[in-house]
Design a protein. Structure first.
Length: 943
């Protein structure tokens, strides 16, 4: 018998080792059911925001953004990985420096955030080619399909990026919780492609659930595709209910109610991309986009989505937008700034939208029964202007009631009595506000019967519960708590009345400032109740220490805290003097913020109260000493182009046949980003009268033409609309330009030189998976000079900048010669009396350079920007280089932007910086750009 048992035991143990492979000690498992994701069986409400590391080429600022996400109550970050950003040409991949995504994933883990990894291959994101490298345009086989040429290309990318993601998965002890395949890919396009992306991921070691984001409420990968080829484990939906019409910020859900549909019964409801800002398609400026998608929208739409659909997986697009530096932007919808009107601005400043995310995010993290709810009958209100929707957790009975206007467009303030759980309590909805109220909830050691205030957070601190509740300023509130016997209520601050009956302590009040109450006795541990307005609630930060959670009121951001030998240490940002109050374990009696000891007193709330020290000034220097130099030597007939690439191809993989031969498409000669030069030589008969060209540049692009050194003029380049698509044929005459040859300029019987500078504003995206659009060429697509044969040479970027990458430079002479680099010796250049605005411009390219020294105070975040005063002329466009980094484009009707971010890291905060401007004028202009100055977006102590 004993022997049999031991054999059985050995067998069991062997089986156990077989089914549970050895894993890293801190490895965990991700599972899910119809309610939520689970990590090692614990339910998680996923609250993610999108971040594009490629739009912030400064790894140390990644940490800042990620910490700001965490401090807003996000528990995850959604990351697109841009193929184009890492691969300048087939077979070449770079994951170093600003492309070090391994470091990015480590930082996300250090910040305490899960990661939704979104490596495409297609990502859209208003990025050039939608994230497909431009070299993919020259690959045979339809992009975003399973056709062989493209398949080889995307597999190459996946086999580079997947292993990096794989080693950071939760199952390996890392932060990656989900893997998103493709982007808004329609099921009827090519399911085999969708399947192969997943097969490659699995083969590369991806073992977390695979998701996808469906566009436009399409439900493309929904229930019918649960098992079909290409089906993913958790399809989600993208929702942009406010549209992108930033010029009209009063809009209210023009693109729908924004309710994320339940796609299947076996998976959670996943809001894969939920609108948290907008692209500025109408050039209204991002502040308007922030208004369009501001706190009012967030309160109504996000809370409505939460309670009406029961979604537990959210990813908000964008949490931080960043910058389309270099040639990162797709040409059709965006300009240099990709601020997006997000909760965190391009210069990493926090906005009122951040406050609203914090109020909602803290709630989602604190009130865990939210992770598993079913719809229930909602308690009624006695005013038809208002309506209620409710859900409950089937295990705990906790109820969540949404109170909002019945007419979603209503803007009035309406009050009602809510008949709930045997109690009649007042509610009020002001304008487009909406409230999620909770009943039947174990709030730490307390039992919340119900509250018409919203819960922001609560924490057990020093043997008592501390809870922060809030409501619209001036609105009535009632909170009921259950006690075995009548507790003692001490109102420390504000006006609150209390009554005890039937086992419930009822508190009635108006939301006004911050009321404080201490409730003791009644058979429970003490409760400190803080009931504030929205603004008061937003002033709280919650963070965790080894000795438990801590709440801080005040400062501008709390990144971390610790308690040691009686001292509470905060890592916090301070922009102005103000109160700081810490709710910490009683052992803490001293406060230190960064290097500063803060004098504190203990308050009647048991907290430590002190004041913060404001940052000192951080003056910035004036920009003087500009030097100028004309370039465009390529326009001159004697210029030596013998080392340029001969453009003599007669075939192309592009679906667009060239208008004339040879093929002159820049991509076909390996020049993918920025400007390209062409030089065409012909022996004139003398009968030629015009030069007829066609060029495609993408929106807002132009091209400039010279003959034998004489400037003939410019034309507007072809745009996406010229490409046609599956419904419309391509325009046979895109971006035409007809240039009359002035008499006496031709040299009959001799070599004549046409020089053309063509802008490339970026590549169309491939949103509809249509090669006609995506593979629309850039550069010259037709050229004739009365039928006389022309031989062509082409020159684009000189190579790939090893630090800044393939998207930093095009083929301007100055770029090829290093005029944008800090090391370039410019002493021989003409010194300007003042700034570039002081002198007229001639057609062609003129460069300006200056340098300035910075010595910004230590432990300070002073985001610096470059400001162009005055109105830009549509006749010139400026490429801005900071220490060699192409940080943006100004003028030329490119967008409304006048302020350009110079992010720390590219900017030397202690030392010399070089600015270089390449100004391309298409006609004579009386004054150059400017006046140009430096400014600070903020000034914050970061201790
Ligand atoms: C979505 C897309 C994102 C982004 C967004 C608009 O459809 O998935 O990549 O383009 O629209 O900003």
């Amino acid at each position: 018998m004993r022997r049999t048992l031991s054999v059985l035991l050995t067998m069991l143990l062997t089986c156990a080792t077989l089914v549970t492979p050895a894993r890293a000690t801190d490895s965990r498992e991700v599972t899910y059911d119809r309610y939520s994701l689970m990590v090692d069986g614990r339910r998680v409400v996923l609250q993610a925001a999108e971040f594009h590391y490629f739009r912030l080429p400064s790894p140390r600022l990644w940490r800042d953004v990620l910490e700001k996400f965490k401090a807003a109550g996000f528990n995850a970050v959604s990351l697109y990985f841009s193929w184009a950003y890492h691969s300048p040409k087939s077979g070449v991949y770079d994951f170093t420096g600003v492309r070090d995504v391994d470091r990015l994933l480590r930082m996300a883990s250090e910040a305490g955030l899960y990661v939704i990894a979104r490596p495409g291959p297609y990502i859209n994101a208003e990025s050039s080619g939608g994230g497909l490298p431009a070299w993919v345009k020259t690959v045979p086989g339809r992009a975003r399909s399973s056709e062989s040429g493209y398949q080889a290309a995307y597999r190459e990318w996946l086999h580079h990026i997947n292993p990096i993601i794989a080693r950071h998965q939760i199952t390996e002890g890392g932060p990656v919780i989900l893997y998103n395949a493709e982007n808004e890919y329609q099921v009827n396009t090519d399911a085999a492609y969708m399947q192969d992306i997943q097969d490659q991921a699995r083969a590369d070691g991806i073992d977390v659930p695979i998701t996808t984001n469906d566009c436009c409420d399409g439900g493309s990968w929904s229930s019918t595709w649960a098992t079909g080829p290409g089906a993913v484990q958790i399809p989600g939906i993208d929702d942009y209910p406010q549209s992108f019409e930033c010029a009209n910020p009063g809009l209210w859900g023009p693109w729908g109610e924004g309710l994320t549909e339940r796609l299947r019964d076996d998976i959670p409801v996943f809001a894969a991309e939920y609108q948290a800002g907008a692209i500025d398609v109408g050039n209204a400026g991002y502040d308007k986009c922030r208004e369009l998608t501001g706190p009012a929208f967030m309160k109504y739409f996000y809370k409505n989505n939460l309670v009406t659909t029961g979604a537990t997986m959210f990813s908000y697009y964008m949490g931080y937008g960043g910058t389309n530096w270099g040639w990162l932007a797709q040409p059709n919808d965006v300009y240099t700034s990709y601020d997006y009107g997000a909760p965190i601005t391009e210069a990493r400043r926090l906005t009122p939208k951040y406050d609203e995310f914090k109020r909602q995010g803290y709630f989602l993290q604190a009130v865990t029964p939210l992770a598993k709810t079913d719809p229930i009958a909602a308690p009624p209100v006695d005013n038809p202007a208002l309506t209620t929707v409710a859900r409950a957790n089937p295990d705990t009975g906790t109820q969540f009631v949404l109170v909002k206007h019945a007419d979603r467009a209503a803007t009035s303030t309406d009050a009602a009595t809510l008949d709930w759980a045997g109690h009649r309590v007042p509610v009020q909805v002001k304008g487009r506000d909406a409230h999620v109220l909770v009943a039947g909830y174990d709030l730490g050691g307390q039992r919340l019967t119900l509250s018409t205030s919203e819960i922001m957070t609560h924490a057990a601190i020093g043997g008592r519960d501390v809870a922060v509740l809030y409501g619209t300023s001036g609105s009535p509130g009632a909170t009921l708590l259950r006690y075995g016997s009548e507790p003692r209520v001490t109102v420390l601050d504000g006006r609150v009345t209390s009554t005890y009956s039937g086992g419930d302590l009822r508190l009635d009040y108006t939301h006004d400032g911050l009321a404080r109450l201490l409730v003791t006795g009644g058979g429970r541990r003490p409760l400190l109740l803080l009931i504030g307005t929205d603004a008061e609630a937003a002033s709280f930060w919650r963070t965790d220490t080894a000795s438990g959670p801590v709440l801080v009121r005040g400062t501008d951001l709390v990144r971390a805290a610790s308690v040691n030998h009686g001292t509470m240490r905060l890592t916090a940002d301070v922009a102005a003097a103000g109160e700081v109050e810490v709710f910490a374990p009683p052992a803490a009696h001293r406060l230190r913020i960064g290097g500063d000891d803060v004098r504190v007193t203990r308050t009647s709330s048991g907290s430590l109260l002190g004041s913060t020290r404001p940052p000192g000034p951080a003056p910035l220097p004036a920009l003087t000493g500009w030097r100028a130099h004309a370039e465009s030597p390529e326009a001159q007939p004697g210029f030596d182009d013998s080392r340029w690439t001969v453009a003599d191809r007669t075939t192309t993989t592009s679906p667009h046949p060239p208008k004339t031969l040879p093929v002159l498409y820049a991509d076909d000669y390996g020049y993918h980003y920025g400007n390209v030069w062409y030089r065409g030589h012909f022996t004139a008969t003398g009968a030629e009268t015009t030069i007829d060209l066609n060029a495609i540049t993408g929106l807002r692009g132009n091209y400039l033409v010279w003959l034998n050194g004489r400037y003939l003029g410019s034309a507007v380049g072809g745009v996406q609309a010229d490409s046609g698509d599956q419904w419309t044929p391509p325009n046979p005459d895109p971006g035409p330009g007809h240039f009359a040859i002035p008499s006496g300029l031709l040299k009959p019987g001799a070599d004549n030189v046409i020089a053309v500078l063509v802008a490339n504003m970026g590549h169309n995206d491939d949103w509809i998976a249509d090669d006609l659009r995506f593979k629309q060429p850039r550069g010259l697509v037709g050229a004739s000079v009365g039928g006389t044969p022309i031989t062509w040479r082409i020159q684009g970027a000189a190579g790939v900048d090893p630090v800044r990458g393939g998207l930093n430079n095009g083929g301007l002479y100055g770029e090829r010669t290093g005029w944008h680099l800090p090391t370039y010796p410019d002493k021989s250049w003409r010194l300007q009396s003042a700034n570039p605005a002081a002198t007229p411009l001639t057609p062609g390219v003129t460069w300006y350079r200056t340098s300035f020294r910075l010595d910004l105070p230590e432990n300070r975040d002073v985001p610096v920007g470059l400001r162009f005063g005055g109105e830009p002329s549509p006749a010139y466009r400026v490429q801005i280089f900071l220490n060699g980094w192409n940080v943006g484009q100004y003028g030329g009707d490119i967008g409304p932007q006048k302020d350009f971010s110079l992010p720390a890291g590219l900017l030397t905060e202690h030392g010399t910086n070089t600015l270089a401007l390449a100004v391309t004028a298409e006609q004579p202009v009386p004054a150059g750009p400017g006046p140009i100055s430096l400014f600070a977006y903020g000034n914050v102590r970061v201790d």
